[in-house]
Design a protein around this ligand. Sequence first.
Ligand code: PLP
Length: 437
Amino acid sequence: MTGGEPTTIALHTSRSAELYGSALRLLPGGVNSPVRAMRAIGRDPIFIASGRGAIITDADGNGYIDWVSSWGPLIFGHAHPAVVAAVTEAAQRGTTFGAPTEAEVMLAAEVAQRLPSVEMIRMTSSGTEATMSAVRLARAVTGREKILKFAGAYHGHVDGLLAEAGSGLATQGIPASPGVPANTTSATVIVAWNDPQAVKAATERHDLAAILLEPVPANMGVVPPEPGFLDLLRREADEHHALLIFDEVISGFRVARGGAQELYGILPDLTIMGKIVGGGLPAAAYGGPRELMERIAPSGDVYQAGTLSGNPLAVAAALATLERLSDDAYARLAATTQQLAAGLRDAAAAAGRSVQVQSVPGLLTVYFSERPVLDYEAAKSCDSEAYGAWCRALLIRGVYPPASQFEAWFPSLAHTEAHIDRTLEAASEAFAELEAR
Ligand SMILES: *Cc1c(COP(=O)(O)O)cnc(C)c1O
């Protein structure tokens, strides 16, 4: 990438456009998951043909530095040779048996060894399933039905958790999507993230089965917990005999070797895992201490099952990934994140644009906001239009950012200084282009 490219550069995307045309007739919105459509940044989706390391190549042959990393799973970037080899070898031995395998036991041991609060796990195929199952377990253990969740947090498309806050403090949730029964969201209590008073009011007023949270929310952009907030949640859960459930689908194996529970030193009762725990293949899990997990069938009475759960290909990818995630890897990932965050801050400042770059190791969000973003209300008040224009300007310069103000950038171990430099150069130009509008 050269510094002085004209701002009129356009991507050659005729094949993507053709594919999108066909896709619109065969897939709702042309995609299999909504954010891929890029509507939030005001453009059509880009069809991807291949990926290697930190680079993805689209159907027209354009290359991009990929900061999405499939929304989290690819902590080593695309097609890491060790992961590809592990999956290929596993496939040659058979892709699924519907029976237990040695590698599942090895993966459970690896996870338990990393996450301080986890002794046993049950695998599923998606994070959504893992959340649904952890919530079922929490309800069985406590004999209660209500779940507290935070506004702007995402835990998969579980009916009862597709809920919006009603009016007033600590109210029952209302459906956030047509097709979600009101009686499923009425058992969901929604409060603002980083708001201790709202949490206390909710735990007083409702008999909660669980407090469910992303310990580092990353689905409203990255909004780290304020100091003391996770401690408060742990105390409130204990005092009111509710379980504390960490949804570490994004933070797990990313923000630290042992996830957010290690980073912040707060132990949940149950942990939900996904994304990295599948090594780039479909897998997720939930886990906790033996006394809770043994309530799950067949050792206990709480039913939960899955034809492809613990799938041999996904487990092979997971093992190949986790065994390479050393302390050194986490130090490098943190440094990459830090460097990118600092550079983006500088690039914005140089262009006179007020942004908030919020980050934890392995995650960051560039909020188009004058003030720090501490909750969902603040995230929603960002200038999404400007964010969208900035993203479009990055894409035509070969940098692929998350196509929504409410998503995180996912640095990986495949990103080098050169990738960061090229990204910052593009970011500076894109900020300058915004100011020139
Ligand atoms: C992605 C995500 C999920 C859902 O996982 P899927 O595999 O997409 O069903 C749940 N919780 C969090 C925090 C996530 O980011």
